[in-house]
Design a protein around this ligand. Sequence first.
Ligand code: TYD
Ligand code: MG
Length: 448
Amino acid sequence: MAKARTAWRCAQCSHVEVKWAGRCPECGEYGTFIEEAAERSGASSRVSMPVTRPVRLSEVRTAGDRRVPTGIDEFDRVLGGGLVRGSIVLLGGEPGIGKSTLLLQVADSLARSGKRVLYVCGEESPAQVKMRAERLACAGDIGLLPATDVTSVEAAALEDRADVLIVDSIQTMIDPDAPGTAGSVGQVRASTARLTRVAKEHGVTTLLVGHVTKEGAIAGPRVLEHMVDTVLYFEGDRDHTFRIVRAVKNRFGSISEIGVFEMAEGGLRVVANPSAALLEHRPVGASGSAVMAAMEGSRPVLVEIQALVSPSYLQMPRRLATGIELPRLLQVLAVLERHAGLTFGQQDVYVSVAGGVKISEPAADLPLALALASARRDIALPSGLASFGELGLAGEVRPVAHAAARAAEAARLGLHIIAAAPGRDTAVPGVDMRAMASVSAAVALVGG
Ligand code: TYD
Ligand code: MG
């Protein structure tokens, strides 16, 4: 008999090496190798595959009418209109962000609409789940299964004829046929594979909770993301009341929509008016604060970008960005120095997007530049001003998509002055459109 060999698998990218290595040659991460018993040959062929025959395209039934709304609007929006029957959804996020809370609310809403829901609590006892359910005022008839063995989960889902299966969390699941301990890449992958099979073969819609490490990776993240139909992440952090759910992969819908929630006493509450909520604590009349009219999927959302510029006592002045990518900040600083005559060489610069929101749109350049200019000069921007626009390296302001929708959302919230690139479709009633051809013209708004 061949000697059982072990393999080392990178927890980041699943790359396999025969020996331990400090740094993964595939993804470049350090200290990510985890020992795993090498898979027995043929282990993956445990189930004999039926012979597959081609189907006529005209005979294929679509999932169009099989989408089930969960009844929680913002969650349905991210999913693309609801849960597709037999699909498998991964909900990732840091511990304490609200994954269990959201899925219990989803379970309750589905159960109340007559769906059979099975909630596998691998991390908590049924009593703990019950306490949360009481806090959330859950009235639905949800099946609870305190189990970590994926075989019992499969059996219970089929026996209970579950329409929806919730597994909290995938890191607690154990597949007795797979090597490794709970939470290891091998186990997480094997358990997900088995649950995927149940989902597809029996039409059990499955929601998996996945914990994310500080670096933002679900254990064996790439592996899991490939195996499931939809991947949703909770954005923001425990210190903010706003929780944003964003799709990073969706086989059944767009990945640009976000769902905005607020953590309250009675659980997660849908935020119906995200712009108003995100601007609620805006310090009107303070320097360094600029309102950006952003687009999140099909919806315009106003967010506040804050900047703080202060004399540096360091040889290398500090640049810190929260919610905005650092390279973006560095580029905007360079454009301001070169084309608007503002100097930051002796200054520490901090920027952040209020409410724990992350913005990756290039349209953030102009509001970011305005916040920085306002902070540098210590003069507030006009309080009724919102902006959007990309900055070119030559200091020009470039147009971005959905200008009219952005301007209209700003006007709806009482911000009637809009700074943006000169464009065609930007005439919005009640809006004072200020076409900014260059960053220097825009910076004149500070105290202008
Ligand atoms: P939880 O959903 O357990 O987070 P996760 O499953 O992602 O680890 O809890 C999130 C946090 O929310 C927790 O610290 C307690 C808090 N919370 C509320 O503020 N209100 C509530 O109604 C509930 C249920 C939790
Ligand atoms: Mg939890």
